[in-house]
Write a protein that binds this ligand. Structure first.
Ligand SMILES: [Zn+2]
Length: 150
């Protein structure tokens, strides 16, 4: 049962066979799908409006795609848990929980199939044991979810 806001984000596939944040590459995402943000400024009141901490996600696939440029990456559908800041096309939250892995149209996005991003996507399915859904399904789920959170 999904209660929080949904969004898309990129996860970087790293050498150890794990997944990290593309922006903070020393931040390893746990295999249980849940990540908890930490901030020395916000401490227990994370994320505060004036800070930039938290787990980030966007409803805009183009924004999520930008973050795949750091290396082999998977796009995931993620739920905001705990406290959050909402924006017009995304959010940042205290916690993020991975709901599904998104099977993006690799050729349209990256110019070819069977590349590093597709490999990272299959690895993500194994790593988190979450269902693989199409980008269209992910966008439908996000649209419905955001309507419910008006
Ligand atoms: Zn903070």
């Amino acid at each position: 049962m999904i209660k929080g806001l949904l969004g898309l984000r990129a996860q970087l596939f790293i050498l150890e066979g794990k997944f990290a944040s593309p922006v903070h590459q020393d931040f390893i995402w746990d295999q249980n799908g849940l990540a908890v943000a930490q901030c020395k400024f916000c401490k227990d009141d994370l994320p505060r409006p004036e800070c930039t901490c938290g787990i980030f996600a966007s409803t805009n696939q183009e924004v999520a795609k930008i973050y795949t440029s750091t290396g082999p990456s998977a796009i995931v559908l993620i739920e905001a848990c705990g406290k959050r800041q909402r924006y017009t096309d995304g959010w940042r939250s205290e916690q993020g929980y991975i709901v599904a892995i998104v099977n993006v149209p690799f050729k349209a996005w990256y110019g070819r199939e069977f590349g590093e991003h597709e490999q990272a996507t299959w690895a993500a399915c194994q790593y988190w044991h979450k269902p693989l859904i199409t980008l269209a399904t992910a966008q439908d789920l996000i649209a419905l979810n955001w309507e419910q959170h008006q």
